[in-house]
Design a protein around this ligand. Structure first.
Ligand SMILES: Cc1ncc(COP(=O)(O)O)c(C=O)c1O
Length: 398
């Protein structure tokens, strides 16, 4: 049921925050006594807004397929029915490419790591943004490979011009679109221009476009970079079923690129990097696009609601095209995270270099965001929303 802004603001008015029945029922009255208590561990938290997961989990088709697949759990994923080969075909079908253009990973995490191994070296660094998803950078650090970090612009957008300059003689550019954690997006034209420019100025440099949040984008200027990956041997798109598909625990990710490029990824991947149950669930989910449409619509509504919560309190929110928001809370993310955690709400970690001012909050259901909003308002200084009409005048919170 849609929840109006008015009803949220009603819930958050003075006097009700501390005794919100939903929160008290969920956590008990003691949850409101912050005094020095240790942050709530994830297993005990009531609302999980820290990992950009889908709060509803997999769809019905995926769950039914998962249940049916139990009988084949004793089989290796190449022998089970459906098999890993069937999943590759389902991914290819969904993206209008050939199975040879697909490489699968245990989550897209594995594919990001493989890309760093394949394309970087002691003389060919990684180019990444700051902040962005840290996995490629961590892998480069592990291998002792240089990293060029390019700060995002003031609106949280990847600085494509500076990244193209940094790409000269680099091994790999990690381009996260929409970017985690800033949630912002570059339209299709900008990505295509970037790829063309790097291809001209530094033809040996590979570009990995991470589209983990592809299914949540609503900006009409956006398009996947899959056609570009099919066109250029050095361009790869990475996707995951951990987000809109709600399957983070099942670890299904994939990359798309030219056959030769995907062959190289396949050589580095773990042989059985899918499990038989996840394979069955993933195929069912990929063959159910209506569910993803519905999930996008659900997230879009919850995203608008969540953005409103912060804007009404006077905070600047970056333009989100994902299932999380990135907010200038004007104070360290660590303290915010700990204060929320003590109250049973887990929010995102620190994202240098913006960790002193910005926080990432994943978007749950509207009901969860309504309850979390009460706590967040309390943590961020009194919980009084900005009066109507003043929302465009961000105030520095106390
Ligand atoms: C941008 C981005 N890429 C990749 C991943 C890894 O996802 P997974 O390994 O679950 O597929 C994440 C996870 O949050 C992400 O935010």
């Amino acid at each position: 049921m849609p929840v109006s802004r008015r009803s949220f603001l009603g819930a958050i008015s003075p006097g009700t925050a501390a005794y919100s029945p939903a929160i008290v029922a969920a956590r008990g009255r003691e949850a409101f006594t912050a005094g020095g208590a240790a942050p709530t561990p994830r297993s005990e938290a009531k609302i999980l807004l820290d990992s950009n997961e889908n709060p509803l989990g997999p769809g019905r088709a995926a769950m039914e397929a998962l249940t049916r697949a139990f009988v084949d759990a004793g089989r290796y994923p190449t022998n089970a029915r459906p098999s890993m080969g069937d999943l590759r075909e389902a991914i290819a079908r969904r993206n209008s490419v050939k199975p040879e253009n697909v490489s699968m990973g245990s989550g897209s995490w594995e594919l990001l790591r493989i890309a760093v191994r394949l394309y970087t070296s002691s003389s060919r660094p990684l180019v990444t943004a700051a902040p962005t998803f840290e996995m490629p950078e961590k892998m480069a650090d592990q291998l002792g490979i240089g990293v060029r970090r390019v700060p995002v612009d003031k609106d949280g957008r990847l600085d494509l011009d500076a990244m193209a300059q940094a790409a000269r003689w680099a091994g790999l550019v990690f381009l996260c679109n929409p970017n985690n954690p800033t949630s912002t997006l570059h339209p299709a034209r900008a990505v295509a221009d970037f790829i063309a420019r790097v291809g001209q100025e530094s033809p040996e440099t590979a570009i990995l476009v991470d589209e983990a949040y592809h299914d949540y984008v609503t900006d009409p200027g956006y398009a996947t970079a899959v056609p570009l990956a099919l066109e250029h041997p050095n361009v790869i798109v990475a996707r995951t079923l951990s987000k809109a598909y709600g399957m983070a625990g099942m670890r299904v990710g994939y990359a798309i690129g030219q056959k030769h490029t995907m062959d190289a990824f396949n050589r580095w991947g773990i042989t059985f990097n899918q499990n038989s149950l996840a394979v069955a669930a993933a195929i069912a989910a990929l063959d159910d696009p209506a569910h993803i449409e519905a999930e996008r619509a659900r997230n879009t509504e919850a995203r608008a609601f969540t953005t409103r919560i912060f804007k009404d309190m006077g905070f600047r929110v970056m333009d989100s095209q994902a299932n999380f928001v990135f907010v200038d809370i004007g104070r360290p993310a660590k303290a915010f995270k700990e204060d929320c955690a003590r109250r049973g709400i887990l929010v995102g970690r620190e994202f240098p270099p913006l960790q002193k001012t910005h926080a990432r909050v994943s978007i749950g259901t509207i009901d969860e965001m309504q309850r979390a909003g009460v706590v967040i308002a309390e943590v961020l200084g009194g919980g009084r929303p900005a009066p109507a009409g003043s929302v465009n005048e961000p105030r520095r919170p106390r």
